[in-house]
Design a protein around this ligand. Structure first.
Ligand SMILES: [Fe+2]
Length: 162
């Protein structure tokens, strides 16, 4: 902790975050919407995959992932509303690509690559977010993705060993 007071959110006040090396409002809105569309796609893929899971552990993981993805959709929508913008209602192209893969384990591997893409996006964005509340939410989303990637990786590894 530092002695500095918490910075109030000042997007609306027109503070020039970009000048200070932080992501500006427009960049943050674009990034949050891109993540929202990706999470919506992920939630839909996981819901489908849970119903078609080849074994209970697979379906259980997909139900958990679906719950997490839905939670991050809600968080991102809330943060976008806080930035006084309408959250995107679109679903990322990832959904169609994942659904084109019929083999459940291949689809899981593809979903995990999508989750890794989200991690890379968050790793790049989070250090550039000044707002404390948003920063905290994005850190939690990042951690949750790392945990789920590991779980899916373990399930895929176990499958390889059979
Ligand atoms: Fe995700």
């Amino acid at each position: 902790m530092t002695d500095e007071p918490a910075s109030p959110p000042c997007y609306a006040a027109g503070c020039d975050d970009a000048y200070m090396g932080y992501a500006g409002r427009e960049e943050i809105v674009a990034a949050l919407n891109e993540l929202l569309e990706a999470e919506r796609a992920g939630a839909r893929v996981a819901l489908k995959a849970a119903k078609e899971g080849p074994e209970p552990a697979y379906s259980e993981l997909m139900r958990d992932v679906r719950g997490d993805e839905a939670r991050w959709c809600a968080m991102l929508s809330r943060q976008l509303k806080r930035l006084e913008t309408a959250p995107s209602r679109r679903t990322g192209a990832f959904y169609g690509k994942a659904m084109a893969i019929a083999e459940p384990w291949e689809r899981l591997a593809f979903l995990n690559r999508g989750q890794s893409w989200v991690v890379r996006k968050l790793e790049a964005l989070t250090p550039r977010v000044r707002d404390e509340g948003l920063h905290r939410d994005l850190r939690a989303m990042l951690e949750s993705h790392r945990v789920n990637i590991e779980r899916a990786g373990a399930l895929l590894d176990g499958r390889d060993g059979r």
